[in-house]
Design a protein around this ligand. Sequence first.
Ligand code: PHE
Length: 352
Amino acid sequence: MSIHILDAMAREGFEQVVAFHDSRSRVRGFLGIHESGVGPAFGGIRRWSYRDEDQALLDCLRLARAMTRKCALAGLPAGGGKIVILDRPDLDREGAYAHVGELVECLAGRFCTGPDVGTTDGDLSVVAGKTRFVTRPGPEGPGELAEATCEGVIAGIAASLRHLDGEEDWARRRIVVQGLGGIGRRVVARLLALGASVVAAEIDPERAELASRELGVDLVDPAMDLDQGCDVFAPCALGGILHDLSVARLKCRIVAGGANNVLAKTLHGDRLHERGILYAPDEIITAGALIRGAIFHLEGRREPVAAIGAGIGSTLGRVLVRAREEGRSPVRVAHDEAEKSLARRRATRTRR
Ligand code: PHE
């Protein structure tokens, strides 16, 4: 596979893609800005051992594209971007994040970064040493971001259950959580506290063992998580997991989780819809951290997590009702609403 980058950018309306390399820290990666015309582009930093640079670039583009939709659906005056770092064993991690911080600073506020898979609070502190345009962890920042994402995911699962059954009735629900990283672990803890029966799958045996000890969650073989009969399948790991083969395996009523870009392609949302499985669009329910981070940067306030959850629940509820009325998959409706909201924002910008 080889990507024609300018064609790919034109197809999805990207503004800019920056490739970066620094021989001192050995960092290599991409920074993508999909949209910064309606407000700064927000996008976290993902550090992952990508197979090759094409895979990394493609991930950067897809993630940045999704961030624009997330902002639009959350009603934020902001656009989407993303940074990906190609991880490697000899990477000077601190030097890498410092380099990325300098790069973000060069963009002078057009791009604002934050956490994502592979990036810890410690990494973000290094970035914050080089630029103001980062959601910095700790007391000077917007507050816990993973907590906000978790709140949105729980609100999304609750709204999906209410849409189908008129109630949450947690005690009667069986939920399978894929991934026990920063988000998955929190989602499991919340669901257990609500009284649901939860099983979790994690490919890293140490992480799995730790979570089962600390949270008391039952584990399932990660090769079998898609095949579990359950009410909700909650993907909280990497994206692209629902494709032609995996959609056919699912035995759940709802898919709703914290991972970005769960669907390999938008048409897999249609496949789920045809199978009678409700897909809660990830661009709506994973936006908690973005909402908290963006509101802090744009308005200097700390949005309470409960308000974030309530907003996400009502946005999803509205999209699900429209999807039912129109007989379309919720993800199509969500993309439609994102486009409309972006068009409205662009129109008011030019008028000013
Ligand atoms: N990376 C997270 C997401 O995909 C959250 C985030 C990004 C938070 C940028 C703040 C700033 O939504």
